[in-house]
Design a protein around this ligand. Sequence first.
Ligand code: GLU
Length: 289
Amino acid sequence: MVPPSSIYRGRLAPSPTGHLHLGHARTFWTAQQRARAAGGVLVLRSEDLDLSRSRADFAAAMLEDLRWFGFAWQEGPDVSGPYAPYIQSGRWEYYRAAFEQLRAAGVIFPCTCSRRDVQESAGAPHEAPPGEAWTPDEPIYPGTCRSGNPAGRPAPACPGTNWRFRVPAGAVLKFADGHYGAQSATAGAHFGDFIVWRKDDTPAYQLACVVDDAAMVITEVVRGADLLLSTFRQLLLYRALGLAAPAFYHCPLLTDEHGVRLAKRHEALSLRSLRDQGRSPENIRAGWR
Ligand code: GLU
């Protein structure tokens, strides 16, 4: 039951680590509108990779809040579909297989640096060149553990260590964003070797996201602009795994009255609180125009 790739397939990919807020609703609304305008399918995927922060009550609230706001999906954790399961904690075997593929290809290496080691010796990422919509998001990994595994040689299995993807230093990566237009970034300068598998034996977001978007035949990823730089990392993973990358459309982020990006800590702007305050989804959306 594989749909032809000419069918638009979009997705909503929230993490059940808190209550959804206005910022999620705004980005997801764009995703839903784009799927509808294309006569396509919208997939809901619960991204509960972070087992210590994800909670069943947040996952239940997430579905309820999305429905209340007017979202409807054709495939998801509650309705299933051809690419089930639609919950990341049920998809470990796919992530593991992708990890093994990367390891066999020699493009990842085990890294014993602690977070603190990396912070102390990492280089500050170069600022984005003028005209780019993305902003640097993390220090550049200094390459400490890179040489233990020269490119092309599979690294030994190393339980209890992080695994990083060796980015092709100096390579300029490009993609055409559906909203922001042409984007480019230089591997090694704007982002460094990034984690694909964590020392607690869980897949990292970058890997899981690519594996799932490919497996679920997503044709366009609509998400917040905070993930623009991650798109370059993910493009490297698509290439290394021999997978076709989807199109990308990043949405501007909502900010609070102080210009601070909305986050799950803005509980007053959660969809739950707004509903409790008597706000209606129509009324909320009217404020967006
Ligand atoms: N689950 C991620 C988040 O809630 C979104 C990932 C994505 O859209 O690629 O931030």
